[in-house]
Design a protein around this ligand. Sequence first.
Ligand code: GLY
Length: 234
Amino acid sequence: LLAQVDSSVGGKTAINHPLGKNMIGAFYQPQLVVCDLATLDTLPVRELSAGLAEIIKYGPIADMDFMGWLEDHMDDLLARDRTALAHAVRRSCEIKAWVVGQDEREAGLRAILNFGHTFGHAIEAGMGYGAWLHGEGVGAGMVMAAELSCRLGLVDDAFVARLKVLVQRAGLPLRGAVLDAADNAGRYLELMRVDKKAEAGEIRFVLIDGPGRACVRAAPDALVREVIDACCAG
Ligand code: GLY
């Protein structure tokens, strides 16, 4: 499901490096993309949820109507209702194609597709690839990025709460992983500084700049630490 709604469109090919996710790669467009919904019938439930994370992503960054539709149809998607899955896959591909069509090589706009990925990649690398599925890292990462957006005054608490409910309903972990008991936030910051979007060691976060709109910007380390502490606690 994750491949159908994300990696299938846009031509990014990459491999992971112990220092960071997708750090070595190329743009190589496919000649044809086939999304066969029947293949989802045998998808393990954990992988289904991981795919749903990348579907949810498109709401906050680009289409709040789609977010509302997901809230109304999450149970259908989890039940693998073919009509609901068809709409979710089609709309996700449309949004992704709209973004990539304007910025194939990620000079700017395309980076909004990485909402939740800066925190999420830190979780994946910090836990060791494979411990958390990519979509699980993205789910928790979106909640962390929304929380950071809220603390920067870009969205309100109600928006963060709404996203959290949707992520949880998709069967995804809400809380960030603890990467280092002694200095958890420090470990996140260290890993996020080697993120592809970081510039000269400054972490660039994809944040929600009002419902349905994303921006890419830096944030003070102290605030990022607060967000990590709050989201990994408990
Ligand atoms: N998965 C993000 C992108 O293709 O740009």
